[in-house]
Ligand binder design. Structure first.
Ligand SMILES: Nc1nc2c(c(=O)[nH]1)N[C@H]1C(S)=C(S)[C@@H](COP(=O)(O)OP(=O)(O)OC[C@H]3O[C@@H](n4cnc5c(=O)[nH]c(N)nc54)[C@H](O)[C@@H]3O)O[C@H]1N2
Ligand SMILES: Nc1nc2c(c(=O)[nH]1)N[C@H]1C(S)=C(S)[C@@H](COP(=O)(O)OP(=O)(O)OC[C@H]3O[C@@H](n4cnc5c(=O)[nH]c(N)nc54)[C@H](O)[C@@H]3O)O[C@H]1N2
Ligand code: SF4
Ligand SMILES: [Mo]
Length: 682
């Protein structure tokens, strides 16, 4: 491997490791051994030299004075943040001796790894860690917090995470951004859409909040949260009713179009208007626009699937391009996610064969608060890395109470003393991705990229891979898999004849080229990995799995208990909770706010700028009111996962339910209901 870390000055290739679809190619500028500037790689075909503010300001995070430099053990009570420095040896000894005891006395399933994609690098996020915990026989974690409901729904229709090449969307003539805040969360899709717009494309945004993305649209369509499936079915009704469907495509490439045609008769525009809050004339206009503009592209976001009915909703939206047959045209079709094209050898990387008991229990990460209290065989130790559950997981109060349990041995590996780390018994310092070797595969564009270290590890920090090597040694695991170098792990991951699209992508070629595109060909003509090989408008598999076989609107679960649907979405300058502890990023966001419709605000006697209490049976928050027409009546929206600080009540996940979505065990962050009232200061 190249290591640029010892070179003091120069410009070095890199990859953005954040959980963002754009996965930019970066150029990192160093002076006297330190990163002084980060810019987008102008040669990367998707990045094209553009990156977001968050990562342009990344050097301030890398060299933040609050970054963890060495391992620590807790000296105060759980949660109060008092720790003292220890060495790595003591840290590893403490952890592994505790785990050896637990394995003997409580069984290995009393240990739970808890991780997500704070660093998207395959080796660090889902490589050596998986090998290690498989070998331990620890409880398995179902990593469902992000897109699992939507992926399950999309897969019923299309067979897997396969959409179109985002680079082709410059040819689209109609771009529907459906439940995605692309200006903030997928900025290169927005750049591509702007290019298409210059060639005459129209941009339509369907969202519950007229945020940055809605404001840039040619047409913004506000919708009641959780009702998007009804809107899609209403569009299908009009498409069939007005003969805007592509009959030859339906016959050749789909299953069940006759059944669908009958089924959508009940979703007439008037009925759908009553459900969605989208006026009847707008439903007609949208459907006609979609049926008559070619090629049309739908970028399906994460918003609509963070609901009780999220799986079915995405399943339903993903049927639309089949009806018009736009999949056949360059720039036509949809993208929910594209990770299917970049499938690599997870078996070789993660070694599930090391897990002796194949029915080792699986714990859904969205229910971690409940899991910490309700399991008959309790979780006695949790090892958290690459995620910050104290603030990002649903039912936040329950999560934090669980983390505070005196008998829970909690280890947190992170770059900062996060809200979660404050509850830890042992805190380990994590190296940033710029200090590591790893490979990256985007879930939106079609490139695999390599990161080779550009700076030395900060303080005594270590990468996840390094820490799991040490833990394996401490546990007495002598298998050769724990000794593998990063380069060997990359070779293993990329040796995957089952996916010929990545045949040319190897460690060697990546070292030379930094990013390599998979050898993609259009989905059609071709066979999809669905049971029938076609787009399944009618899905027997869904029926077998206990779902309606045709796309269907299913209302949200919590009704009328509290008057408002609460949508706590991400914001522009943080990435989930990452950067919320950075003063510059927080200042750019000003303060946490709650968007309220004027009519609701008048009824509740709330004025713009008032401090508002938001509550339900799960908890409460205090945010500043923004009164206006950016949300529909009955919906309130906040943005950003803000840092916890004394005297503030900003933790929006105190209010979110830990129910699971209809499919994929997904999170339902946006299906909770709340009440609001003005806080009257004495
Ligand atoms: N700046 C920034 N970028 C990010 C992130 C971040 O936190 N900040 N997070 C990253 C991650 S992990 C992810 S998963 C992606 C997520 O990025 P997106 O795919 O954009 O998903 P969300 O931001 O969760 O929600 C998108 C939009 O859905 C809307 N919405 C909520 N409920 C509904 C509904 O029922 N119907 C409709 N039509 N709209 C609805 C919200 O108002 C929001 O504007 O972004 C990634 N990129
Ligand atoms: N209310 C609400 N809640 C949400 C969402 C929402 O839209 N609304 N979105 C949800 C979604 S889609 C997601 S994906 C989750 C994401 O939630 P998380 O996965 O928790 O994401 P972050 O908050 O960014 O936390 C990532 C942590 O990983 C750490 N980290 C980064 N790199 C490394 C590394 O190499 N090693 C180690 N050990 N640590 C590292 C970072 O410092 C950071 O503390 O949040 C979910 N929570
Ligand atoms: S966060 Fe997203 S847009 Fe920003 S640099 Fe990283 S990949 Fe690019
Ligand atoms: Mo996510």
């Amino acid at each position: 491997m190249n290591s640029y870390s010892k070179t003091l000055d120069g410009v070095f290739p890199s990859v953005c490791s954040l959980d963002c679809p754009d996965q930019c190619g970066l150029l990192v500028h160093k002076k006297e051994g330190k990163i002084v500037k980060i810019e987008g790689d102008p040669n990367h075909p998707v990045t094209q030299g553009n990156i977001c503010n968050k990562v342009r300001n990344m050097p301030s995070r890398i060299y933040d004075k609050n970054r963890l430099k060495y391992p620590m053990k807790r000296t105060g009570t759980k949660g109060d943040g008092h720790f003292e420095r220890i060495g790595w040896k003591e840290a590893i000894d403490t952890i592994t001796s505790r785990w050896k005891d637990l394995i003997v006395n409580n069984g290995p399933e009393s240990i739970l790894p808890y991780s997500f994609y704070g660093n998207m690098g395959r080796l660090n996020a889902e490589g050596m860690d998986r090998r290690f915990f498989h070998k331990v026989g620890a409880s398995r974690l179902d990593r469902t917090i992000c897109q699992s409901a939507g992926t399950a729904g999309y897969t019923y229709t299309m067979g897997g995470s396969f959409g179109i090449d985002p680079e082709d969307t410059i040819h689209s003539k109609l771009i529907i951004l459906w439940g995605i805040n692309a200006v903030s969360t997928n900025m290169h899709q927005m750049i591509l859409a702007q290019k298409a717009r210059k060639s005459g494309a129209k941009i339509v945004v369907i969202d519950v909040h007229k945020n940055q993305t809605g404001k840039m649209a040619d047409w913004f369509i506000p919708i009641t949260p959780g009702t998007d499936a009804a809107l899609a079915l209403g569009m299908m009704h009009v498409l069939f009713d007005e003969n805007l469907e592509d009959e030859p495509f339906l016959k050749k490439y789909t299953v069940g179009h006759q059944e669908l045609r009958e089924h959508v008769k009940e979703y007439d525009p008037e009925t759908v208007a009553g459900i969605t809050g989208v006026p009847k004339d707008d439903i007609l206009k949208l459907a006609r626009m979609y049926g008559k503009t070619s090629p049309a592209f739908i970028r399906i976001g994460n918003g609509p699937q963070h609901h009780d009915n999220g799986g079915m909703c995405i399943r339903t939206i993903s049927c639309l391009p089949a009806i018009t047959g736009h999949w056949l045209l360059k720039g036509g079709g949809a993208i929910k996610g594209n990770s299917g094209y970049l499938a690599f050898n997870t078996g070789a990387l993660q070694r599930p064969d090391l897990l002796h008991k194949k029915d080792t229990r699986l714990i859904n990460m969205n229910r971690i608060g409940s899991a910490l209290f309700e399991l008959e065989k309790p979780i006695k130790s949790m090892y958290v890395y690459g995620t910050n559950p104290a603030v990002v997981a649903p039912e936040g109060n329950k999560v934090r109470q669980g983390l505070q349990r005196e008998d829970l041995f909690l280890v947190v590996h992170d770059l900062f003393l996060t809200e979660t780390a404050k509850y830890a018994d042992i805190v380990l310092p994590a190296a940033s991705s710029f200090e590591n070797t790893d490979i990256y595969s985007s879930y939106w564009h079609h490139y695999i990229q390599i990161q080779e270290p550009v700076i030395e590890a900060y303080g005594e920090s270590k990468s996840n891979v390094e820490v799991f090597r040490l833990l394996a040694e401490g546990m007495g695991f002598h298998d050769s898999v724990f000794k593998e170098t990063e380069e060997e792990m990359i070779d293993a991951a990329l040796d995957f004849p089952a996916n010929p699209l990545i045949e040319e992508i190897k460690a060697e070629s990546l070292k030379k080229n930094k990013f390599i595109k998979a050898r993609i060909k259009p989905l059609f003509p071709g066979r999809l990995p669905t049971p029938s090989g076609k787009i399944e408008l009618y899905s027997q598999k869904m029926k077998d799995d206990g779902y309606p076989p045709l796309p269907t609107y299913i209302p949200l679960k919590e009704v009328n208990k509290f008057p408002f649907l609460f949508v706590p979405a991400p914001n522009h300058n943080f990435l989930n909770s990452t950067f919320s502890n950075n003063t510059k990023h927080a200042a750019m966001e000003k303060e946490p706010r709650l968007h309220i419709n004027t009519r609701d605000a008048i009824n509740a006697e709330i004025k713009d700028g008032d401090l508002v209490r938001i509550w339900n049976e799960r908890g409460e928050c205090e945010l500043k009111a923004v009164v206006g027409e950016l949300v529909l009546p009955g919906t309130v929206v906040s943005q950003g996962i803000w840092a916890d600080a004394p005297g503030t009540k900003h933790l929006v996940n105190s209010l979110t339910p830990d129910r699971l979505s209809d499919m994929g065990g997904g999170a339902v962050f946006f299906s909770g209901r709340v009440n609001i009232s003005k806080i009257r200061k004495e």
